[in-house]
Design a protein around this ligand. Structure first.
Ligand code: G1P
Length: 303
């Protein structure tokens, strides 16, 4: 059985990107030519997900508009015979009924946002994608959620995408404590524990949870206990740690590069890396970058 529903939480305020996100959802920030949320939606559908539950908040209406028809724009493009962009904007609209919206009325944390989707997910395994984490898998690998769904088909146990981070960065992530003998370089790492944002001195490993999950619906009753954790928020990681009494949880080492688009530098890196993937942009960007690098290395030598 593969997950058929994905939850994409999009209620965050995006304070790290102010003033850009004052009136615009942070998930609409553009990487090259697509908003972040579109990368997550395309990844979910590519994995065979059939419906997506967005957990939104006030001021996020633009997200729903992005995935809806735009009759005036389409009419204009058709009139000008601009068929490629016309196809692009029409291709953005999934079959009616496949996108579902609910609101997280209070900012109580990621765990609470996921809990808000409980009635819409129902009683089956489901996926979660955090759009801030953009994972580029390149042409040689399947998108991460597809990689995970393929694993899930045989494993049938909850799993989270993981990657190694620097020791001093553990306090930015959920960290997986591997079961003895389960770490190494294995693709699947069974967890003995999960800790949200541990300080580097006490982190059980450097295996960080990245924003891709496949979970059983049992998680909802645990999230419903509303226990707060790191930062005083209801944490998904804490509920998963509780869930381990019932189901083993696995970390999945995915193929691809993850960009932290919730951070200004990570966001710039994503833009640059994805632009360089396109031959036409690459041929114009590389000379520019070479010039910039020359200038900045002169500056840094001077300082
Ligand atoms: C959230 C999760 C954290 C995870 C991270 C991945 O944290 O709580 O466990 O490692 O996403 O991006 P946030 O980045 O929302 O603080």
């Amino acid at each position: 059985m593969r997950p058929r529903t994905a939850v994409i939480p999009v209620a965050g305020l995006g304070t790290r990107f102010l003033p850009a996100t004052k009136a615009m959802p942070k998930e609409m920030l553009t990487v090259v030519d697509k908003p972040l949320v579109q990368y997550a939606v395309e990844e979910a559908f590519a994995a065979g997900i059939e419906r997506i539950v967005f957990v939104t908040g006030r001021g996020k209406e633009m997200l729903a508009d992005h995935f809806d028809y735009t009759p005036e724009l389409e009419e204009t493009l058709r009139g000008r015979n601009r068929l490629d962009p016309l196809q692009q904007v029409r291709g953005l609209v999934p079959t009616a009924g496949c996108l579902i919206y609910t609101r997280q009325n209070e900012p109580l944390g990621l765990g609470h946002a996921i809990w808000c989707a409980r009635h819409l997910v129902g009683d089956a395994p489901f996926a979660i994608l955090l759009p801030d984490d953009l994972v580029w898998s390149g042409p040689e690998h399947a998108p991460v959620m597809q990689q995970m769904c393929d694993q899930f088909e045989s494993l049938q146990q909850p799993m989270v995408a993981i990657m190694e981070v620097e020791q001093q960065e553990t306090n930015k992530y959920g960290i997986l404590d591997p079961l003895e003998g389960s770490g190494g370089n294995a693709v699947l790492v069974q967890a003995k524990g999960l800790v949200e944002k541990p300080a580097p001195q006490v982190a059980p490993s450097r295996m960080a949870i990245i924003g891709r999950y496949i979970l059983h619906p049992d998680i909802f009753s645990l999230l419903g206990k509303r226990q707060t954790g790191a930062g005083g928020e209801i944490q998904l990681t804490d509920a998963m740690a509780m869930m381990m009494q019932k189901h083993p949880i696995y970390g999945f080492r995915f193929q691809g590069t993850r960009y932290d688009c919730g951070d200004k530098v990570g966001f710039q890196m994503a833009n640059l890396a994805l632009a360089l993937e396109q031959a036409e942009m690459r041929s114009r960007l590389l000379p520019f970058l070479n010039t910039q690098l020359g200038q900045w290395s002169v500056h840094s030598t001077a300082s």
